[in-house]
Design a protein around this ligand. Structure first.
Ligand code: B12
Length: 385
């Protein structure tokens, strides 16, 4: 005898669920039915090597392509969006941070909202504790695909899930649920190819601003991001040496990159974030480059505690700060950079050498002579060579 699943959530009960989840701080609450889900597109992306060294993406590809391998008997996906636009106030002449990083780490701050959402499902909708599972960038789920399926927005040519209300500035979270929830419609139900895989750029029209503006040409086709060339990947996920040919394109971006987000015309509707699930750290946008170059383990831990930036660790941030200094044209940064050419981390030394050379030109060899003579690490020696 088969055990009946949880009762379907439809009509007014579905709207009650939407209201209760919105009240927890989620700016968008939408529903999708589990079904075929972008697995083929993901596999093509992986086969082309676009995931760089994010091997975990390949290891979990089957699950990402099939929500039922993540939660067996999952019938619905609740897709939640939190607007994180920090507003237009970033001061000029400072190193640039991705907008999402101007808040405490959303993986942590959204969690209480997701746990509370689970309680709502259990206490008000009769689901058991094992009938739902939540993620925000923390599990093998194609979050943008589900968000598009649920009509929360559409996948833009920059790969982002773009909302008509919030532009490019939504954090996404998903709750896989064993109950059937009456799904919301995707933005243009007449366009799908039949498998729920909406073409990228659905509401982009002829606009290609995001593709054209990318400083490292990381968007080879609409909707397709090659992480190997993406500044976001290089400055956040890559913990090693940043390829030399990409360093100039990094410009003044010290952590993450919003180049392809910033230019999107859909951002005109965005409003400054006010969700209770975010803790603003807009002060980071005021940090000066010279200060970053002087970070110590203690000051790094103090300033970046609870932010997503802590994940790249001190050496990772100093590495990118050296690149930004090299790109700055500011010769006054040569003394701290020469100091970093003797830093204890070879990663930092390698990028400091690059920056000194870029800033000082022919004068660099004299400035680096002592550090070079003392250098034993092969990666840094390669940088000198
Ligand atoms: C790996 C990853 C990265 C990588 C690779 C980026 C990429 N384009 O895939 C790197 C490190 C480069 C990166 C960068 C950024 N990321 Co990121 N990243 C992820 C992560 C963990 C997986 C994304 C993924 O699966 N990529 C593989 C590609 C092939 O998948 P895709 O882009 O989703 O598109 C496919 C599917 O949607 C599928 N599909 C199509 N139709 C359908 C239909 C259905 C029903 C389904 C299920 C699927 C599906 O086919 C599509 C094409 O192949 C997600 C979190 C998550 N678990 O989803 C966050 C996530 C995508 N990142 C996010 C953010 C904020 C960023 C940055 C803006 C950070 C920054 N400022 O530096 C940049 C933006 C870069 C860009 N233009 O994409 C947000 C995006 C929110 C949004 N509104 O879109 C996410 C969703 C995290 C979150 N929870 O908020 N990221």
């Amino acid at each position: 005898m088969s055990v009946p699943g949880p009762a379907p959530i439809t009509g007014e009960r579905r709207e009650e669920l939407r209201r209760r989840l919105a009240a927890l701080g989620f700016d968008e609450v939408r529903f999708a039915a589990v079904g075929p889900a972008g697995g083929e597109a993901l596999r093509a992306w992986l086969a082309a090597g676009h995931h760089a060294d994010m091997a975990w993406m390949a290891r979990t590809a089957d699950k990402r392509g099939d929500a039922r391998l993540v939660l067996d008997e999952a019938r619905s996906v609740i897709v939640l969006g939190v607007n994180h636009w920090p507003g237009p106030a970033a001061p000029a002449g400072r190193p640039r941070w991705a907008a999402y990083a101007l808040h405490e780490d959303y993986h942590d701050t959204l969690k209480p909202g997701l746990i509370a959402a689970g309680r709502v499902l259990e206490e008000r909708f009769g689901l058991g504790g094992t009938d739902h599972r939540h993620y925000t960038d923390t599990g093998p789920v194609l979050e943008r695909g589900w968000a598009a399926r649920a009509g929360l927005g559409f996948r833009g040519k920059n790969g982002m899930l773009i909302s008509r209300r919030h532009g490019n500035w939504l954090f996404l979270a998903t709750i896989l649920v064993r109950a059937e929830i009456e799904p919301d419609a995707p933005l243009r139900p007449e366009v799908p190819r039949g498998d729920g895989d909406e073409p990228a750029g659905l509401l982009c029209g002829k606009c290609t601003r995001c593709v054209d503006v990318c400083p490292t040409a990381a968007i080879p086709a609409p909707g397709l991001v090659d992480a190997r060339r993406c500044i976001s990947y290089q400055t956040i996920e890559n913990r090693g040496v940043i390829p030399r040919e990409l360093r100039a394109g990094i410009g003044d971006r010290v952590y993450g990159c919003d180049a392809c987000l910033d230019v999107c015309p859909w951002n005109r509707f965005a409003r400054t974030a006010r969700s209770a699930l975010l803790v603003a750290r807009h002060d980071l946008a005021g940090l000066e480059l010279r200060g970053l170059l002087g970070l110590t383990p203690e000051s790094f831990a103090r300033i970046f505690r609870r932010t997503p930036i802590k994940r790249v660790k001190l050496a990772g941030l100093l590495r990118t700060a050296c690149i930004v200094a090299g790109n700055s044209g500011d010769q006054a940064l040569l003394p701290p950079l020469c100091g970093l050419a003797r830093h204890e981390s070879p990663l930092v030394r390698a990028h400091a050498v690059w920056a000194v050379r870029r800033l000082a030109g022919a004068g660099a060899e004299a400035l680096l002579a002592e550090a070079r003579a003392a250098e034993a690490d092969p990666t840094v020696r390669a940088e000198y060579a």
